[in-house]
Design a protein around this ligand. Structure first.
Ligand code: DGL
Length: 267
């Protein structure tokens, strides 16, 4: 598919986590027009059932397509992507790119053959995630860790609130299987299976009981978008980026958000 530049790319998440995906997409298509939608009125998705998420996201994305006429939609949320993609593709004639746990590359690169998948409680329960493990574990031991609070802690941190190390460490602890850094069978790779978690990457790295590789699929998602839309054209978007919260709250995060939009100030 080739779209006349600059295309409109709509990036959707339950909250601010999808900004970690947006940042990578902006890197490969700096010319595009961006609409970022945070469904904060329904946050956190990890606490909702599968049927509720389908019933919420499919019509909402339809309304957003109607309002913004995007050329491509990125569902920058594992909790939603692991359940809604086929429904969206059935309902709307538009390219969709989802975000699902990066189990295949994590298991391919683990040296100790022990990998943890850190996601929301919803994501780790999904049949889709279990199937990724049965198809792509490649003999690795995979530990699924469902976090109840980490997405909310990431939102709080990005919004400038102080978040205690102990609260982050408690969510992280079950990812680390083994008897310390010298155990040859310890976890050496952690899949960040929620787009909120890379927002806390420095904190996660600092609090980890031993060093691991953190697998963030955002660069791969950006490459997929670039493949579908083609390379940037000579024209660039001049309309400015849009940031929409479904709660309709006015946002006071502009300075913190600007880097994710490649320096544009989202309106
Ligand atoms: N950012 C979302 C994900 O990738 C989840 C956060 C939530 O629970 O809403 O799974």
């Amino acid at each position: 598919m080739r779209v006349a530049a600059p295309p409109t790319i709509l990036v959707f998440d339950s909250g601010l986590g999808g900004l970690t995906v947006l940042r990578e997409i902006v890197g490969v298509r700096p010319d595009a027009h961006y609409v970022y939608v945070a469904d904060d009125a329904f946050f956190p998705y990890g606490h909702h059932g599968e049927d509720e998420i389908v019933a919420r996201v499919v019509p909402l994305v339809g309304e957003l397509i109607e309002a913004h006429a995007p050329d491509l939609v990125v569902i920058a949320c594992n909790t939603a992507s692991t359940i809604v993609m086929s429904h969206l593709r059935d309902a709307y004639r538009l390219p969709f790119v989802g975000t699902v746990p990066a189990i295949k590359p994590a298991c391919a690169s683990s040296k100790t053959r022990r990998v943890s998948v850190l996601g929301t409680r919803g994501t780790v329960k999904r049949e889709y995630t279990r199937k990724l493990i049965s198809d792509f574990a490649q003999g690795c031991e995979v530990t699924l860790v469902g976090s109840g609070e980490l997405a909310s802690l990431a939102e709080a941190a990005l919004s400038g609130q102080s978040v205690r190390d102990a609260d982050i460490a408690a969510e992280l602890a079950p990812c680390f299987v083994g008897n310390g850094a010298d155990d040859p069978a310890r976890t050496d790779t952690v899949v960040l299976a929620c787009t909120h978690y890379p927002l806390l990457l420095d904190r996660l790295t600092g609090l980890a009981p031993w060093p691991v590789d953190w697998i963030d699929p955002a660069p791969a998602i950006a490459r997929r978008v670039a493949d579908l839309l083609g390379p940037p054209g000579i024209e660039s978007d001049t309309a400015g980026a849009e940031m929409i919260f479904t709660s309709k709250r006015p946002h006071t995060l502009s300075a913190a958000l600007t880097p994710f939009f490649g320096g544009r100030v989202p309106a």
